[in-house]
Design a protein around this ligand. Structure first.
Ligand code: FAD
Length: 411
């Protein structure tokens, strides 16, 4: 399916700075995502935007409609270093900072938010192995994950434990130098189609301290998958339950020490929250551009919609909210890079703010398209559908509020 006006979203980002009304002086767009970046960051951004425009945007409707997991396109993205963006170079990663990563995912997301969001989860898993794995584990798993020859899934949520993730029940019983896994995970992104599963499971007593983190490979006897879930958005990536029935996993596949699994999972999610928020920024930016264009082209009451002051004000609000959200995300990314104590809370704040604001921006952009916005021929509806779930996963936005409030009230 070809979009009407839509794959242009990513391309529009590559346009030179806008002309001011008088047309004499060139001014930078007030929503320009490259504002304030270093020359090197502008380079990564331009490569990612170009990839989004050429390799992703033309296919995003078809991937959504036919539920295609675009493995080959992601492998091409990995050739540009996007398979292990913040993973260390000695195991095939790009060794970039959290801010660089946010810039890249924001840019890629303008081309296909759903595919970029999966890539962000994959990156989080590789980072967890790189950071908490021993040398043997890093060398065994990371290179083929960074090249996206293999794909990874993050397995925390269970049918009975979502927001209260620390109450998970999947058990890993130690038998000599193996663990025997029993239980199931729900809603696993990539589940069934991916090769490496980073699984949080219970090796000890109740609560977070009884949780460990194991890496399982597809093909392990006893590992199976539920049916592919039918979803509102995020259709270019499969979501399935992951089931463990007497699944034997070597102890040498455990990341970190026994009992460290919940902490590893949460550390992964700090970056994951910045990444998913960055994907929302990309969708919102693309939607603002689509709305801007539609208001200019569409005429009602004898003149372009862009002449209507109400719509002008709404567009101005969308742009303002987008820039505010981007500042929050980049501020959190810097804090995480500097390993500041307040980083986890800032990541939660950024995820809460950016995913809520960006959903409102995309939804308002759809509204500005009138009835056309509701048609699948127009890209704006896909951005709305794809980013709705960012308010739910990687910790719901209610859980984000709990984290922020706890930090304020408990010091
Ligand atoms: C498409 C998709 C992909 C996903 N991918 C993954 C993945 O790859 N890996 C993974 O591990 N998980 C994944 N998830 C799961 C996701 O992280 C959970 O859905 C999420 O954490 C919420 O859990 P839940 O659905 O069980 O909702 P619940 O925890 O049952 O919450 C229901 C509602 O109640 C609210 N709520 C719960 N407790 C409180 C409270 N104390 N105070 C206020 N409000 C509260 C929640 O915020 C929510 O609005 C995915 C989910 C989806 C939809």
């Amino acid at each position: 399916m070809a979009w009407r006006g839509a794959p242009r979203a990513a391309r529009l980002l590559l346009l030179p700075p806008l002309r001011c009304a008088a047309g004499r002086r060139r001014i930078a767009s007030c929503i320009d995502p490259s504002a304030g970046l270093t020359e090197q960051q502008k380079e990564f951004q331009s490569v990612a935007l170009d990839f989004a425009a050429k390799e992703m945007a033309p296919h995003m409707a078809e991937w959504d409609e036919k539920e295609i997991f675009p493995v080959d396109t992601m492998r091409k993205a990995a050739q540009l270093g996007f398979g292990g963006v913040y993973v260390k170079p000695d195991v095939g990663g790009s060794g970039l900072s959290r801010l660089d990563t946010s810039i890249i995912f924001e840019a890629l997301s303008t081309g296909c938010t759903s595919t970029t969001a999966y890539m962000s989860i994959h990156n989080m898993c590789v980072w967890m192995i790189d950071t908490f794995g021993n040398e043997e584990q890093r060398r065994r798993f990371c290179p083929s994950l960074c090249s996206m020859e293999q794909f990874a899934s993050y397995c925390l949520t269970e049918p009975g434990s979502g927001s209260d993730a620390a109450s998970l029940l999947t058990s890993a019983q130690r038998k000599g130098d193996t663990y025997v896994l029993n239980g199931s995970k729900a809603f696993i992104s990539g589940g069934g189609d991916t090769d490496v599963y980073v699984v949080m499971c219970r090796t000890g007593g109740p609560g977070p301290k009884g949780i460990s983190c194991l890496v399982l490979e597809k093909g392990t006897p006893g590992l199976s998958f539920g049916k592919k879930e039918r979803k509102v958005g995020w259709n270019s990536q499969p979501t399935r339950a992951v089931i463990f029935e007497d699944c034997v996993v070597p102890v040498s596949n455990r990341l970190g020490a026994e009992g460290q699994g919940f902490s590893i999972a949460m550390k992964g999610l700090n970056g994951g929250r910045i990444n998913i928020a960055s994907c929302s920024l990309g969708a919102a930016h693309a939607s603002v551009l689509l709305a801007q264009e539609h208001l200019t082209v569409r005429k009602q009451f004898g003149e372009p919609l862009a002449n209507n002051q109400y719509l002008q004000f709404r567009l101005a609000e969308m742009a303002t909210r987008l820039v505010a959200a981007r500042l929050m995300v980049r501020n959190a990314a810097r804090a995480l890079q500097e390993e500041r104590e307040d980083a986890p809370v800032l990541c939660s704040m950024a995820k809460l703010f950016a995913t809520d604001e960006c959903f409102e921006i995309c939804n308002q952009a759809l509204q500005m398209h009138g009835g056309y916005g509701y048609l699948k021929d127009y890209a704006v509806q896909q951005f709305v559908r794809d980013i709705r779930v960012h308010q739910i996963l990687e910790g719901t936005n209610e859980v984000m509020r709990m984290i922020v409030a706890r930090s304020l009230l408990q010091g």
